[in-house]
Design a protein around this ligand. Structure first.
Ligand SMILES: NC(=O)c1ccc[n+]([C@@H]2O[C@H](COP(=O)([O-])OP(=O)(O)OC[C@H]3O[C@@H](n4cnc5c(N)ncnc54)[C@H](OP(=O)(O)O)[C@@H]3O)[C@@H](O)[C@H]2O)c1
Length: 214
């Protein structure tokens, strides 16, 4: 199993303004590279807040691309995903999973969404190590986590992130903006997840950094 975390942020590590506006922080070249990275993974993973805010498709859209589409996975304990969103509307064409803690919502199931029930931590969210195992059981062994900050933070906190693809745009959003990485409960620097930079590139106006677990 491998987990890659993607971050598309401002210089100060924000993924959206306070109101949730995030399109588009990074430029066209970065977004194209994100599509290439999607194509190289078996599944794209997001949190339900990103699904609700952005109504994304999470598909590979590259000129001339006719290859396989990655599965889409929404971490959504309470199945709040809207039945009229793009992910649900295309669930019959592209494998689409909701990872929840309760019994599958019949509306989502009828639309072709595969609801995976995963035991919760403290009665709330699915336990991430079990999520990764359950997805592995579906043949989804390399995950591309596209956020948002809460989900990225959870993967980091559980020590599950093997690599980071960081796209950094030359803007500053400020402290009210949504953080690219949610709370990690780091009490001392020695406890902070460590990574080593393995590649740096320039994509239009953006900087692209690739990190591996340190
Ligand atoms: N710049 C970018 O590239 C980018 C990328 C993605 C998102 N965004 C922006 O980020 C914002 C959304 O990010 P966000 O941080 O607020 O939310 P998020 O990470 O997208 O979703 C968080 C939600 O996912 C559910 N969840 C289920 N399991 C979880 C787990 N183990 N850990 C954390 N959450 C889990 C929780 O809802 P339940 O408790 O109900 O399950 C939680 O409230 C939007 O404004 C979006 O536009 C920007």
């Amino acid at each position: 199993m491998s987990v890659t975390l993607k971050l598309a942020t401002s210089l100060d590590g924000r993924i959206a303004t306070a109101s949730g506006e995030s399109r588009w922080i990074t430029g066209a070249e970065s977004r194209e590279q994100v599509h290439r990275l999607r194509a190289a993974h078996s599944a794209v993973v997001i949190g339900v807040e990103t699904a609700l805010a952005d109504d994304p498709e999470l598909t590979v859209r590259l000129p001339g691309y006719a290859g396989r589409q990655p599965a889409r996975v929404v971490l959504d304990s309470r199945q709040r995903l809207r039945p009229d969103c793009k992910l649900v509307a295309t669930a019959r064409e592209i494998p689409t999973y909701v990872v929840a803690t309760g019994a599958p919502d019949p509306t989502l199931v009828a639309a072709g969404v595969r609801v995976l029930m995963v035991p919760s931590v403290g009665g709330e969210r699915p336990e991430l190590k079990s999520v990764v195992q359950a997805l592995g059981g579906e043949g989804l062994s390399d995950l591309f986590v596209e956020g948002g900050g809460q989900v990225g933070g959870s993967f980091l906190r559980c020590g599950l992130v093997d690599a980071i693809e960081w796209f950094r745009a030359p803007i500053v959003i400020g402290g009210e903006g949504r953080p690219g990485v949610g709370a990690l409960a780091v009490a001392a620097l020695a406890q902070a997840p460590h990574f080593r930079r393995v590649e740096v590139g320039v994509l239009g106006d953006d900087l692209w950094e690739r990190y591996a677990r340190g």
